[in-house]
Design a protein around this ligand. Structure first.
Ligand code: SF4
Length: 376
């Protein structure tokens, strides 16, 4: 399990190593076809900042070679904001006395139909909070069953599950799982996640092993940028990615770097602010480090920044996202989990990407693969 590997890696020493990287270390990393985690640390370090243009060109080259000009489009659907956790940075935390919604089967279908009217989305991400008693595995399985007639590629972003539960959901059409570790800083993890199942660091970080053991086809990872030093956190994620690729090599991987914004209404203020330039550097570094990993940008990022990065390394994007449960049809006015920056309609995103010479892809998944996958 990855938690055992992580015990061998010191957070403090890693931070020190990143900030000690030199010009020579960056040049060495840039000259390599295949980088290791040490090279990745050089590429995200302050020493690499003068090389941003070179990194952008390399990132573009590797992305074109591996993905062509395609950008895979997906849409998230929150089916519940009911949650027993207390993540201090999230408006859905259990002690917030807000109205909770758990979509009924009829409401889910209404959402699916409403999404299909926005654009020909085939990649759906079903999102929940963590409330196993009221919205557990049978509820998620039902959501997948009902989504199948409308979408050919189904992913979930829900609480970490057991390997058996992931296997069960694969039988209901599950193709991918996205889970954000939020932070790999074990010492401070509990500060951000004081109560509920999510306060168990090991259970969360080892969830990726359980996904791999269950044979989940696609695994998405991410850290929440704004909690701890982002360079150290993404380095831990790079170690994790390499570990998973070694152990579960049939699986496809994606990464995401959601940035927290300063809150204007007195909510949680991020400890760390990452600039656009730093996010660009990280995106290029990740592509140079791993030519095959999908790099996903959500609508948290602005339209302008997403358009710029669409030609330089990003391969997956959401569009016209609602981050409140039932936000497309049933309850469009409820509390969002986070505010989206890119508020364009999906067809506007499609048009902008096309004008940039990209090829937005609504469906990159063949249902026939699904049946072979399930039989394994
Ligand atoms: S981040 Fe997720 S698990 Fe944490 S309180 Fe919000 S919805 Fe619940």
């Amino acid at each position: 399990m990855f938690s055992e590997e992580l015990e061998k890696i010191s957070w403090e020493e890693t931070t020190k190593a990143i900030f000690s990287k030199t010009d020579a270390d960056v040049r060495r990393a840039l000259s390599k076809e295949h980088c290791n985690v040490d090279d990745f640390m050089a590429l995200i370090s302050p020493a690499a900042e003068p090389y941003l243009e070179t990194m952008a060109q390399l990132s573009q080259k590797y992305t074109l070679e591996r993905f062509g000009k395609t950008i895979s489009m997906f849409v998230p659907l929150y089916i519940t904001n009911s949650c027993t956790n207390s993540c201090i940075y999230c408006g859905f935390h259990a002690s917030n006395p807000m109205k909770r919604t758990i979509l009924t089967e009829e409401e889910m279908v209404n959402e699916y139909k409403a999404i299909k009217k926005l654009a020909p989305f085939e990649n759906l991400l079903i999102v929940t909070g963590e409330n196993p008693a009221k919205a557990g595995v049978p509820y998620i399985a039902k959501a997948l069953d009902l989504a199948k007639p409308y979408f050919s590629n189904l992913k979930i972003e829900v609480m970490p599950l057991s390997a058996e539960e992931y296997k069960e959901l694969i039988k209901h059409g599950l193709n991918g799982v996205i889970c954000f570790q939020e932070t790999y800083n074990r010492a401070n993890y509990k500060i951000y996640h004081p109560r509920g199942m999510k306060s168990n660091f090991e259970w969360r970080v080892n969830g990726f092993d359980r996904m791999g053991q269950a044979g989940v086809h696609s695994i998405g990872m991410g850290v929440l940028i704004g909690l701890e030093d982002w360079r150290t956190d993404v380095t831990m994620m790079a170690y994790h990615l390499r570990y998973l690729q070694k152990h579960y090599w049939k699986t496809k991987y994606s990464v995401n770097f959601p940035r927290m914004r300063p809150s204007e209404n007195g909510g949680f203020q991020p400890n760390v602010i990452m600039s656009d330039r730093e996010l660009a550097q990280l995106t290029f570094a990740m592509r140079i480090f791993d030519h095959d990993v999908d790099i996903s940008y959500s609508t948290r990022e602005s339209a302008e920044f997403r358009d710029n990065m669409a030609t330089l390394g990003v391969t997956t994007m959401s569009a016209e996202s609602k981050t409140e449960p039932g936000g497309y049809y049933s309850y469009p006015q409820t509390l969002e989990q986070f505010h989206v920056s890119d508020e364009r309609k999906a067809v506007e995103v499609w048009k902008a990407l096309t004008e940039l010479g990209r090829e937005p892809v609504w469906k990159d998944w063949d249902a026939s693969f699904d049946s072979t996958h399930i039989q394994k």
